[in-house]
Ligand binder design. Sequence first.
Ligand SMILES: [Zn+2]
Length: 441
Amino acid sequence: MRLLIQGGTIITFGSPCRVLEGQAVLLEGGRIARIAPAAEIPGPFDRVLDARGKLVLPGLVNAHMHFYSTLVRGLGKAAPSADFQEVLENLWWRLDRKLSLDDVEMSARIILIDAIRKGTTTLVDHHASPGAVRGSLDRIARAVKDSGLRSCLCYEVSDRDGAAVIDDGLEENASFARRCASSNDPQLRALFGLHAAFTLSDETLERASLMGRDLGIGFHVHVAEAASDVASNRSRFGRSPVERLVAHGILREGSIAAHAVHCDEADKDALAASGAWVVHNPQSNLNNAVGIADVVGLVRRGVPVGLGTDAMTVAMLEELRVGLWAQHLRQENPSCGFMELTGALVVRNPEIASRLWGFPVGTLAEGSAADVILVDYHAPTPLDDSTVLGHLVFGISQAVVDTTICGGRVLMHGRRLEVDLDEPALAAESRRLAAALWERF
Ligand SMILES: [Zn+2]
C-alpha cells in the first residue's frame, strides 16, 4: 500500500517542531517513506489524499489512559466525596470490582472510536477490573486490533482485593507481556502495571519488580497523585511513594510515573535520577481537586514530563490547553510553563511512544510510523517554525480532525470512519452493558 498525502501544511512535532510547506508525505510499509515535493515522489500510488486547506500532523500520543472508565459516564450513584481517597472508595473501586470482561472490551471499543475521531493514534492504557482480571488485557487488545490504533497495555496490580487478585494481576501482566513480545504486533505493547504505592505492600512491589526485570519491561504506576498517598506511605513505611518505588526498582528508565503532584524537592531530585518518565494529567488533577504538579520544576531538574489524560478525554490538544492554564495558576505566573507543557505533548510523548514501540512513533519524519492526521485549519496569522506552538495551543486545538491514519491504514477520512466499526450499534450495546453495570454498582 503506497499512500500519498499532498497539498497540506506539515507540522512535524519532535524537537525542533517544524512547519513544512510544499511537501508531500509518502506512506509505505507502515512507515513514512518519504517527505519531499510531490513532483519528486514517483507513482504509482494506491491512494492519494488531497490535504489542501488542512494541516498534516503526526497522530497524537496519550501517555496515561484508562479505557475502563468509559461506562461510568452519567453514573449518579456514587456518594459525594470529600477528598481523593473518597473518590476512589465511593466510585472507582466500587466500579472496577463489578466490571465484566464484556464491559472491559466494550469500554475500550467505545473510547478507541473517539480516539480515531480526535486524532489520537497511540494510547498508553492502565487497566483495572479486579473481578475479572485474567484475560482482560487480551479483550482490550482485541478492541485495539479492530480499531487500527496502537496501545500499550498493563494491568494495575494492587493489594486492595486480597492475595488471589494480586497473583492474578501479576500473572496477567506477565502473560500479556510475553505474548506481546513473541507476536511483536506493531499495534500492541506492554508495560507492567501497578496501582499506586499506598495500595501495594513491599512484598508485592518486590514480586512485581523481579517479574518486570525478567520480562525486560518498565512499569506504569500512579505516583503521589494526592497528598493522602504521601501521608499513607510515610506513616506506614517511613518513606515517600517516590522513595519506595525507586528503592524497589519500579521507577527507572522505561517506567511511567503518572501524576507526581505531591513531590517535595528530594522526590523531584529522585525522579530525575531515576530516569523514569512523569506523565502529567492536568484535567484529572483539577477534577479530583488534588493539586497540580510542578511541571516547570520537574523539567528544570531534567525529568522528562509527558502528557496524559487519565481518561478525562482523548483530545490531546484540549489536555494541553488546560494543562497550560493550570500551570500558570500553579506557578502564579501567566508566562511560566509554555515550553514545558507544549514540550510534553510535542517532544516527550513521541519519545515515550518511540521507546515503548522500539521504532519512531509520533513525529512526521522519514522512517517514523505512518501515523498521520489531517486537521481543518486556515491559519489566520503567520504559521512557521517560530509560531507553530502558539497555533497548536490557541487555534489548532479548536480545529476539527478530518482524517486519521495509523500504520499507513486510513481509519477515518472526511470525518467518516473507514475502519469496520458500527458506531451506533456499539453505542447501543454499550448503553445496555452500562445499565446492567450500574445495577450491580
Ligand atoms: Zn490514572
